[in-house]
Ligand binder design. Structure first.
Ligand code: ATP
Ligand code: MG
Length: 302
């Protein structure tokens, strides 16, 4: 497939065992240039383990993972020259100032403090003169984010980078990621903030118990779920409840009727409602959260 050739990150049946415990059973997905890929799943699903494997910190027990066409474990040194990474728990040297640590991170990544670094410090309004030991969690994250965003990498990995950021700084984070995307970079973003993922990511991979259970764009995934429709018609719609894919038909007190419909059955249902002369109609597409809960709460996704 030509598409696979273009992929910056290619993961195929990746597995990781810790002793008897199989943390990754089958992780398979690709990330392309100019794309923000959202990596989501419940606590302990295997997101950070996958990311640590990509960083060459852990060695896979099976399957393959390549970045820029190179093996993530064997070629990790050369891969790291084109990679930027921000973890959720940022560890900083307590006696160095934020500014010193940013410059140290940049040096370790073989780059230098640039105008872009100053721009990012200003954007996140980070006081770089303070010792790291005095920083709050959000400020520690900002230090790592400033260093990552001012690194000219081709692939950026963020593992829950906004868990300590306030809404204002989260917006700055989102804006900065979109700039990377516009510049044609690839981004892997693991996050529990679904609205953030919904807003920013082109494609999403859902991981559960070490297995990728779904990948695709949000609109691709929406076929799996139900749209909620609220309507009023002039003529009665008594047959609605008998339609295939229609659920939870409820008559509201204000004369409106609410029901949910499987996304692939919308068309015949709409034709039926039209024939009964629609007065008002509102449709609410499933959110990423709805999709998510489906995998979290039930066994359907297995
Ligand atoms: N070094 C390790 N030794 C043994 N088990 C581990 C190790 N690292 C991770 N695990 C286990 O592997 C599973 C996946 O953990 P991982 O940290 O990848 O989850 P996660 O998806 O990042 O979760 P969270 O959303 O909480 O960050 C967990 O059950 C975890 O306990
Ligand atoms: Mg994690």
């Amino acid at each position: 497939m030509t598409q696979e050739k273009n992929a910056i990150l290619h993961i195929d049946h990746l597995q990781k065992r810790f002793g008897k415990f199989q943390a990754l059973k089958n992780v398979t997905f690709d990330v392309y240039p100019g794309e923000v890929f959202g990596f989501i799943g419940p606590n302990g699903a295997g997101k950070s383990t996958t990311i640590r494997t990509l960083l060459g910190i852990l060695r896979a027990s099976g399957g393959t993972a390549t970045l820029f066409g190179k093996d993530v474990y064997k070629d990790s040194v050369s891969i790291h020259k084109k990679l930027a990474y921000v973890p959720g728990d940022v560890y900083l040297w307590p006696n160095l100032t934020g500014g010193e640590i940013i410059d140290l991170f940049l040096k370790l990544g073989n780059t230098k403090h640039s105008a872009r670094t100053d721009e990012m410090i200003k954007r996140f309004q980070l006081d770089t003169t303070k010792k790291a030991r005095t920083y709050s969690k959000g400020n520690r994250q900002k230090v790592a984010l400033v260093a990552a965003f001012s690194t000219d990498a081709d692939f950026y990995i963020f593992d829950e980078p906004t868990s300590g950021l306030d809404p204002l700084n989260e917006e700055i984070f989102q804006k900065s990621v979109l700039e990377l995307k516009e510049a044609g970079k690839a981004v892997l973003l693991s996050s529990h903030i679904l609205s953030e993922v919904e807003k920013m990511c082109d494609r999403i991979g859902i991981i559960r118990d070490g297995v990728i259970v779904e990948t695709g764009s949000l609109s691709d995934m929406r076929h799996l779920t139900r749209t909620v429709i609220q309507y009023q018609t002039i003529n009665p719609t008594t047959e609605l409840k008998d339609f295939k894919g229609v659920h939870n038909v409820t008559l509201e007190t204000d004369g409106l009727t609410t029901f949910s419909v499987d996304s692939d059955q919308i068309s015949p249902v709409m034709d039926y409602l039209s024939s009964k002369k629609i007065v008002s109609l509102q449709s609410t597409p499933p959110t990423l959260e709805d999709l998510f809960m489906r995998y979290y709460n039930s066994d359907e996704g297995r």
